[in-house]
Design a protein around this ligand. Structure first.
Ligand code: GLN
Length: 469
């Protein structure tokens, strides 16, 4: 698969039509999707939409970079008229009544939405195995997980089905599958991209972000989807940003921070070697490598797994069998709630709802939820301090490469540990990107760069430099 930039140039120069491009994507999907289970549904109108873009181009209309480019959508982002399930039986048959803001913006830019990608149920998971639609497989080795929860979107790009897919990242669900599948994945600063029309998991942590083949492509997609939205009060008016083509990929004199708490024993040795080599490349190019400290990072997972379930409990309360999707009739109202939720939700979702109900309950609120919020603030302060001393923070994205399907499925705590390097950026509301960084044990390794709030530009600049090395 070529990059968005390359495809866009071909479309513009008329050496390729959008119809041809979409047909070739659909062909590949038809041949390989059954084995990988990246897409759970394909839009029947994609070819017609592509023809319409070709017609407008022929008519001499000035079209943007994304016009005619096929994009896949995670099954928790609303596209009007499409079914939306968030990978859950609970929402089976539920139709989106309106477009998410990101979808509205992509459509206005002429992007062709190809279909819905598989995901962990309600975005809870790190392996795309909790989906009602079955597990997604890693294209580098089909016996391995693709990461999660946006595993379908990561695989759609990694397998060459589409040049771009949207995911959502609450604790790593864009970056971690990007890392395990060998593509680029960006979690923007909280507030940079509207969450309107994203089925919420944990609203204070959720952000929509792109999967692409290159950092430049991620920046191109961000230009279209980011910015203030009156339908999301947490979205922010952005100062004008540099166009991706004007960014100078360069790291000379930049200060790159390595958190000492992250580089400890226990990290996979071969993966560690790839990260160490990356650090050497930065040094050789004139970057200043500095050790930084994130003293509260050791509490990040614990805090995340209290804050997130608390918000999950409250967000999923609306799924009662009466207002949306699945319904199982009981002999009275309480039975109906219990039956619907008992049958409609899978075990991981139930576990989180129970955890969140517990941490928010009267007797435990102060001991757990409040404490977790206090730790969250300390973690944010750690990052603020560290990012005064350095321009970016460099870590692995995931402590290991892709693991065997099923290996961690019945062991939630081990599964949660795979988020150890990613949840902090969500807690601190800062931007972070995962970029391919070679292989270990024959499987992709991801390098994570984290930056100051709203300074995605720095991640683009450093990331573009790194991927050329
Ligand atoms: N794997 C993490 C979790 O299960 C993150 C999920 C996400 O980012 N949506 O909570």
């Amino acid at each position: 698969m070529k990059t968005i930039r390359e495809l866009s140039n071909e479309l513009k120069n008329k050496t390729l039509t959008s119809e041809e491009l979409v047909r070739s994507c659909l062909k590949k999907i038809e041949e390989e999707n059954e084995a990988l289970n990246a897409f759970i549904w394909i839009s029947p109108t994609a070819i017609d939409e592509a023809k319409e873009i070709d017609r407008r181009r022929e008519a001499g209309e000035e079209l943007g970079v994304l016009a005619g480019i096929p994009i896949a959508v995670k099954d928790n982002i609303l596209v009007q008229g499409w079914e939306i399930t968030a990978g859950s039986q609970m929402l089976e048959g539920h139709m989106s009544a309106y477009n998410a803001t990101v979808i509205e913006r992509l459509k206005n830019a002429g992007a062709i939405l190809i279909g819905r990608t598989n995901m962990d149920e309600f975005a809870m998971g790190s392996s795309t195995e909790t989906s009602h639609y079955g597990a997604t497989k890693n294209p580098h080795d089909r016996t391995k997980v693709p990461g999660g929860s946006s595993g379908g979107s990561a695989v759609a790009v990694a397998a060459g089905f589409v040049p771009c897919a949207l995911g959502s990242d609450t604790g790593g669900s864009v970056r971690q599958p990007a890392s395990l599948c060998g593509v680029v994945g960006l979690k923007p600063t909280y507030g940079r991209v509207s969450r309107y029309g994203l089925i919420p998991m944990a609203s204070s942590l959720d952000q929509i972000g792109p999967f692409t083949l290159t950092v430049e492509d991620a920046a191109l997609v961000m230009e279209v989807i980011e910015g203030k939205d009156e339908n999301d009060a947490t979205s922010i008016e952005l100062a004008s940003t540099t166009a991706p083509e004007l960014i100078e990929p360069d790291v000379k004199g930049l200060r790159v921070g390595l958190p000492k708490e992250y580089f400890v024993a226990g990290m996979d040795a071969e993966l560690r070697a790839r990260i160490d080599e990356a650090v050497k490349k930065f040094e050789a190019a004139g970057a200043v490598i500095k050790e930084v400290s994130l003293p509260h990072a050791k509490y990040a997972l614990a805090a995340y797994y209290i804050v997130a379930p608390s918000e999950i409990t409250s967000n999923l309360g609306r799924l009662d069998g009466l207002r949306y999707g699945y319904h199982s009739q009981g002999s009275n109202l309480l039975d109906t709630y219990e039956q619907t939720r008992g049958e409609g939700f899978g075990p991981e979702v139930k576990r989180r709802i129970m955890l969140g109900s517990y941490t928010l309950s009267a007797g435990y609120y102060d001991a757990y939820y409040k404490k977790a919020l206090q730790i969250r603030t300390l973690i944010k302060q750690d990052f603020d301090e560290a990012l005064k001393e350095v321009d970016v923070i460099l870590t692995p994205t995931s402590p290991s490469v892709a693991w065997d399907l099923g290996a961690k499925f019945n062991d939630p705590l081990t599964m949660y540990l795979s988020d150890i390097y990613t949840v902090t950026a969500n807690l601190a509301a800062i931007p972070a990107i995962s970029i391919p960084c070679g292989t270990a044990h024959g499987l992709p390794v991801g390098l994570q760069l984290m930056g100051r709030a709203f300074d995605e530009h720095m991640l683009y600049r450093v990331g573009m430099w790194f991927e050329k090395k």
